[in-house]
Design a protein around this ligand. Structure first.
Ligand SMILES: NC(=O)c1ccc[n+]([C@@H]2O[C@H](COP(=O)([O-])OP(=O)(O)OC[C@H]3O[C@@H](n4cnc5c(N)ncnc54)[C@H](O)[C@@H]3O)[C@@H](O)[C@H]2O)c1
Length: 275
């Protein structure tokens, strides 16, 4: 399933639409998991500075809604597709389509993710495989597929993986998730070396707790949210747009000498303790 939402006539100035204001290149950005949470807010943040966006998700409704809002509110070209990032063949077919729909593809944000929440004594092969396939392998295969459109878009093209503070520390109930998010940091550094040869940058963000549907079940556990907020120096969990804006920065020319590294965005949580 695939649909493009054409840019509506915009009253925004050319300077804003080409992203000059925040130093962003004007190339299109592919966002996986763009139908919800951090991926959706990232799409809004990028559309705000005039970057065309391609929204991928396994859920059609969320993807279409994000694309429609980007187009209606910000006047950018917004394309959406149902793509399962665990399906390498689907990725290979969908990347060129996204590049064509947006006119150029010079950014990629891997926000699709699942928690696969299970401790070691309960985990099974299926949970392990799907968590690693979605959170880690999908992002790697998309990097391979975007190299060609990135070359056409030119130097300055950039990738942001969404890792987690669980990529930095262990968490009892998140065995596969910790593996996938630690793995994301490893591939970010490896792919970053190869992409640097082409003038492309690759980074990751490591969010702490973010109020999105992914964390909603945990927030229903008595005392979970309160304990988390107590441990966090800034005293609260973040909103998804507080992760989206650092991602937008890392994709922009403001971050032109930043590659192969991660930015922790956790309200100070890991500066004092692991959760
Ligand atoms: N919420 C947090 O506290 C938090 C903290 C650190 C990192 N993260 C990471 O941020 C990213 C975004 O998570 P979120 O909190 O916005 O969660 P979310 O559940 O709101 O969004 C995740 C999106 O990924 C999509 N998705 C799942 N499997 C997919 C697949 N196979 N192919 C394509 N899309 C798929 C879902 O449909 C959903 O729209 C994830 O990688 C998550 O691990 C979240």
């Amino acid at each position: 399933m695939k649909k493009s939402t054409p840019a509506k006539k915009s009253t925004r100035s050319a300077a804003v639409r080409t992203g000059d204001r925040l130093g962003a290149p004007n190339t299109g950005v592919l966002i996986t998991g763009g139908g919800s949470g951090i991926g959706r807010e990232t799409a809004f943040a990028l559309a705000e500075v005039g970057r065309p966006v391609a929204i991928w998700d396994v859920k059609a409704e969320g993807a279409e809604e994000t694309a429609t809002i980007c187009s209606d509110r910000f006047g950018v070209v917004a394309d959406w597709s149902v793509v399962d990032v665990a399906d390498t063949r689907a990725i290979e077919l969908a990347v060129p389509r996204a590049a064509t729909a947006l006119g150029s593809l010079g950014g990629f944000v891997h926000a699709a993710g699942v928690s696969g929440a299970m401790p070691i004594d309960m985990i099974d092969d299926d949970v392990w495989d799907s968590t690693l396939d979605i959170n880690l392998r999908g992002g790697v295969m998309i990097c391979r597929a975007v190299m060609e459109p990135f070359r056409r878009a030119g130097p300055g093209s950039a990738v942001v993986f969404i890792s987690s503070i669980e990529g930095l520390f262990g968490s009892l109930f998140l065995t596969a998730y910790c593996a996938s998010k630690g793995g994301v940091l490893g591939v970010m550094r490896s792919i970053g070396q190869r992409f640097a040869m082409e003038g492309f940058r690759v980074n990751a963000v490591c969010p702490g707790a973010v109020a999105t549907p992914m964390l909603a079940p945990a927030f229903e556990l008595p005392g979970f949210r309160e304990q988390l907020e107590e441990k966090t120096p800034l005293g609260r969990v973040s909103t998804p747009d507080e992760i989206a804006r650092p991602i937008r920065f890392l994709l922009s020319d403001e971050a032109s000498f930043i590659t192969g590294t991660h930015l922790t965005v956790d309200g100070g949580l890991t500066s004092v303790t692991a959760i």
